[in-house]
Design a protein around this ligand. Structure first.
Ligand code: PYC
Length: 330
């Protein structure tokens, strides 16, 4: 008879969606995350090139068959500053994200659900800077994102024998932003995904990158809104080849930076961004003297809790990858 194999400790998670886009929060009260800060995780997961990667085992936990492909993981970490509630490291099944707007809204809704925070302002440390989430009485959550800016305007790239023109902008992740003439809708998701991937490949082929040689891993197509009271509809290709069901908090931030640079949107003016599934974020920005064209965007949206669960990785399961070596050695 086979003796029973030791089962690894389950990962406790809370799942939510923000305007349709899933977030899976990994709780910080048990190993391997208990007591870890953002810097601990990034240090453990540092790559020889100076970036950082996410262990395969964690990528497995935000991928099929345990999650929808669009899922963003959010690892809750110990804060290092007394005025911050927590740290957070975002990733999807392809690897790390800098910031994540929908994920921060999902994280704040999760912490409220767990009664760890209440209505009010809460600060979080992320790998790319501090962000603030304001949980409102009406359940909406506003995120004051990291600084956003347009890096280059009107950058042309040849895609399938056609010239595409777009702006390169930072909103917590790197985006190539294209204003599209065509309607963006769910019926054409396959074409939109293929177009996004072709643009991303063409940018890499031509070594067109963000500041300091950063790879542009998000492609955001902006088009006409469907709702009368929205300003625009978008389709955002994420690094894992999925599309954002929400209007993408960091993508909307990057778009705001471009609008601000073009003087097409003023500080405080509300921009209503619709996603390809028709969900929405309201967004606006402020500026600071001496910061040039950089803006400080705020995104407002809603999130709903959908599950509290623990994830199992059976050692015999072929859909599991091994390896906690990176963190264990930290
Ligand atoms: O909301 O910032 C965002 C985001 C990035 C990737 C998926 N969602």
């Amino acid at each position: 008879m086979n003796s029973p194999r030791a089962q690894p400790q389950p990962y406790c998670v809370v799942d939510s969606h923000t305007e349709g886009e899933p977030t899976r929060v990994f709780l910080d009260d048990r190993a391997p995350f208990a007591g870890r800060t953002v810097a601990d995780l990034l240090g453990a997961w540092r790559t020889p090139e100076g970036g950082w990667s996410v262990p395969q085992e964690l990528l497995t936990l935000v991928a099929e068959p345990r999650a929808a492909v669009a899922t963003v993981g959010a690892i809750l970490c110990k804060p290092t500053r007394p005025d911050h509630v927590a740290g957070v490291v975002f990733f999807n099944c392809a690897g790390p994200l800098g910031m994540c707007g929908h994920g921060t809204i999902g994280l704040a809704a999760t912490l409220r659900h767990l009664r760890r925070i209440e209505v009010g302002e809460h600060r979080f440390e992320t790998p790319v800077g501090s962000v603030t989430a304001r949980v409102r009485e009406d359940g909406r959550i506003e995120v004051d994102n990291v600084e956003a800016y347009r890096h280059r305007a009107g950058v042309e790239v040849e895609v399938n024998h056609r010239v595409v023109r777009g702006d390169i902008a930072w909103g917590g992740n790197w985006f190539y932003i294209v204003d599209e003439d065509r309607d963006l809708d769910l019926a054409r998701v396959d074409q939109q995904l293929a177009h996004g991937v072709a643009i991303r490949n063409a940018l890499e082929r031509d070594r067109i990158r963000g500041a300091n040689g950063a790879v542009i891993d998000h492609i955001a197509l902006f088009g006409r809104p469907v709702s009368r009271d929205a300003d625009s509809r978008n389709f955002v290709l994420c690094p894992n080849g999925s599309f954002d069901r929400s209007p993408c908090g960091t993508g909307t931030s990057a778009k705001l930076a471009c609008l601000a640079s073009d003087r097409s949107l003023l500080p405080g003016q509300v921009w209503r961004q619709e996603s390809v599934i028709g969900s929405r974020f309201d967004a606006w920005f402020r500026t600071e003297p001496g910061r040039g064209d950089a803006i400080y965007p705020t995104i407002r949206g809603r999130a709903w809790i959908v599950a509290e669960t623990s994830l199992l990785l059976d050692p015999d399961d072929p859909a599991r990858a091994s390896g906690w070596a990176e963190l264990a050695e930290a």
